[in-house]
Design a protein around this ligand. Structure first.
Ligand code: MF3
Ligand code: CO
Length: 229
């Protein structure tokens, strides 16, 4: 998995960007590489060898002209089980289900509820201990964001229904929406490295994340291209 980090950092710097994860709260790499039952924040290592049948989640953030992006994908390595394939697909689909609600006038947690319902209805465990977030000139935005003469709460963005509806979405807001979905139970645990998050039941987990922009119409998905579905 270290090869992915090396290549990723080189590509990021080649674009004139800065890898935002490197040294973030002490994280030692540019790309989070999480295998199979690892949910997120796997640390790249020369000892972790990827093999056929694995699923590999890659998460990367860059800074360009002072602004942050954050995006993640889970990839199948060669032939994987139907269980793994379905998990990767449903995780991605849950993101797109969520952003149907990412529109001016809707509330932030409309997105959360849509993601959670989509995955839970299909029998998956939606991770509760990690969330999406506001993003902009910081990877995780400040606790309050000024809008006009008001201060609004930080958009911490859970991937499951909330009792509150959350802040009202307004054009110009940029959000990192990132469902983390388990094939088994929703529970996760942290490994001894204090970074790697794994499913408690060691079931497979997938991650799909984009940075999006709220507009007065459809949201723009800023980290999605034809090459990075
Ligand atoms: N993509 C992660 C997030 O959304 C960022 C990982 S922070 C790192 O919060 F330090 F692990 F890189
Ligand atoms: Co993120």
């Amino acid at each position: 998995t270290l090869d992915i980090d090396r290549l990723g950092e080189e590509i990021i710097r080649g674009y004139g960007c800065i890898p935002s994860f490197l040294n973030y709260n002490g994280y030692p790499a540019s790309i989070c590489v999480s295998l199979n039952e690892e949910v997120v924040h796997g640390i790249p290592s020369a000892d972790r060898i990827i093999k056929e049948g694995d699923i590999v989640s890659l998460d990367a953030g860059v800074i360009y002209k002072g602004y942050h992006s954050d995006a993640a994908r889970t990839h199948a390595v060669g032939e994987v089980s139907k269980e793994a394939e379905d998990l990767i697909r449903v995780t991605r689909e849950s993101f797109f289900e969520g952003i149907k609600y990412a529109k001016e006038g809707n509330h932030l947690f409309d997105i959360s509820g849509a993601i959670g319902r989509y995955a839970e209805e299909r029998g998956y465990g939606v991770v509760r201990d990690l969330c999406g977030h506001g993003i902009g000139t910081a990877l995780h935005e400040a606790p309050e964001i000024p809008i006009g003469d008001h201060l609004h709460e930080e958009p911490e963005i859970p991937n499951f229904a909330q009792k509150r509806r959350g802040i009202r979405l307004m054009p110009g807001m940029t959000l990192a929406i990132e469902p983390m979905i388990n094939a088994g139970r929703p529970d996760v645990v942290w490994m001894d490295d204090d970074w790697t998050v794994v499913t408690r039941d060691r079931s497979l987990s997938a991650h799909y994340e984009n940075t999006i922009l709220i507009t007065d119409g459809e949201p723009r998905i800023l980290s999605l291209t034809e090459d990075t579905p």
